[in-house]
Design a protein around this ligand. Structure first.
Ligand code: KG4
Ligand code: ZN
Length: 348
């Protein structure tokens, strides 16, 4: 028997009910039930629908994770749960479930930050995190550059989006192009056969005048509007839109800005390792461009496999295991779900 902690992690901040089980850095189970199809016709996640789906999926997902891991709940050393940020009602379901497990099993409870969990998950795939590392988290709800010295203690925010998140831009542009929700994977696929220099879309906050105040911040709303204007103009002129070209050119603009700013931040802070996480990290062009550009500057890039980039319970369990290993204090049992938990609070 290993003396690494066996931790169960619960994630319910958005539309995925995730339950992961890890032993130290070893992933034993990653059960995910998604309500994404129930939201598709609304073109975005409906909070009440997500909360209800979490309630229904929670117990079966916990059972599935235990079965896959070949462990019984009695074997678990600690419970970790996303306490925020995220949708309030959705978070509540996870936090209440984790409290019930913690009380029922008599094991410590860790209410953790969703963003820190997106960082910690990479340990399951690539081993201990380089300290420090520069984390770029890009998903439907966040786009942040963070300096991470020790993910169990805190992260230092360097910049974030001032309007839309990167994933949100993918989802909105996909909608404009008539592609299904969530749009990221569809744009990624359509772009594969498109010309990425067909249309020169704007790169937000990269002009010299913006760099002074927003060097490490992002803005994607101007890009989204530029795509909308371009599509409208084509339609007005009766020209059939080449979806692949628009997707490829849009994706190129997003990836160009993301990788440029991440590399700039790493170099500015003397950091040699970049970690990319969040749903958009599944993007094939982002992975390729980041690796290529970083290599040219002697910087290493780590990106977890796509299944670990999108929301899941394993990431929460991975952070929980690290907290246990480093002897960090657990949360109190009156732990609240905090929809706007600051990125600087790793354990609530
Ligand atoms: O991390 P995540 O699962 O949930 C949030 O916390 O938001 O990220 C979901 C986001 C969606 O906006 C989705 O369109 C985007 O990640 N996404 C992608 C890809 N796969 C998922 N964006 C670009 N390319 C992809 N391959
Ligand atoms: Zn996320």
């Amino acid at each position: 028997m290993s003396d690494e902690p066996l931790v169960l992690g619960i994630e319910t901040s958005c539309d995925e009910t995730g339950v992961g089980i890890v032993r130290g850095h070893t992933l034993l189970a990653d059960a995910v039930a998604s309500s994404v199809e129930e939201h598709a016709r609304f073109g975005g996640v409906v909070p009440e629908v997500a909360s209800r789906a979490h309630l229904e999926a929670m117990v079966p997902t916990i059972e599935r994770a235990c079965e896959t891991a070949g462990v019984s709940l009695r074997d678990i050393d600690a419970i970790a749960v996303t306490s925020g940020p995220g949708l309030a009602g959705a978070l509540l379901v996870g936090v209440a479930s984790a409290k019930a497990l913690s009380i029922g099993l008599g094991k410590p409870l860790y209410g953790v930050n969703h963003l820190a969990a997106h960082v910690a998950v990479d340990q399951l795939e690539h081993g201990p995190l380089p300290e420090p590392c520069l984390a770029m988290l890009v998903s439907g709800g966040h786009s942040s550059l963070l300096k991470v010295e020790d993910v169990t203690v805190g992260v230092d925010p360097l910049g974030s989006t001032i309007d839309d998140a990167a994933g949100e831009a993918f989802d909105k542009v996909a909608r404009l192009l008539g592609l299904p929700f969530p749009g990221g994977p569809h744009i990624d696929r359509a772009a594969a056969s498109g010309n990425s220099v067909a249309i020169d879309f704007p790169r937000g906050l990269t002009a010299r005048k913006d760099l002074e105040r927003h060097r490490f911040d992002f803005s994607f709303s101007g890009l989204k509007t530029a795509v909308a204007r371009w599509v409208e103009a084509q339609q007005r002129d009766g020209i059939t839109i080449d979806v692949a070209d628009v997707a490829a050119s849009f994706q190129e603009a997003v990836c160009d800005v993301l990788t440029r700013k991440a590399l700039d931040a790493a170099q500015f802070h003397g950091i040699e390792d970049i970690l990319i996480g969040g749903g958009v990290a599944a993007n094939s062009r982002l992975r390729a461009m980041a690796t290529e550009r970083a290599e040219a500057r002697g910087i290493r890039v780590r990106v977890p496999r796509p299944g670990l980039c999108t929301d899941n319970g394993a990431m929460v369990a991975a952070l929980g295991a690290e907290l246990v290993k480093r002897g960090r204090a657990p949360s109190a049992l009156d732990l609240p779900a905090d929809s706007s938990q600051p990125i600087t609070t790793v354990v609530a």
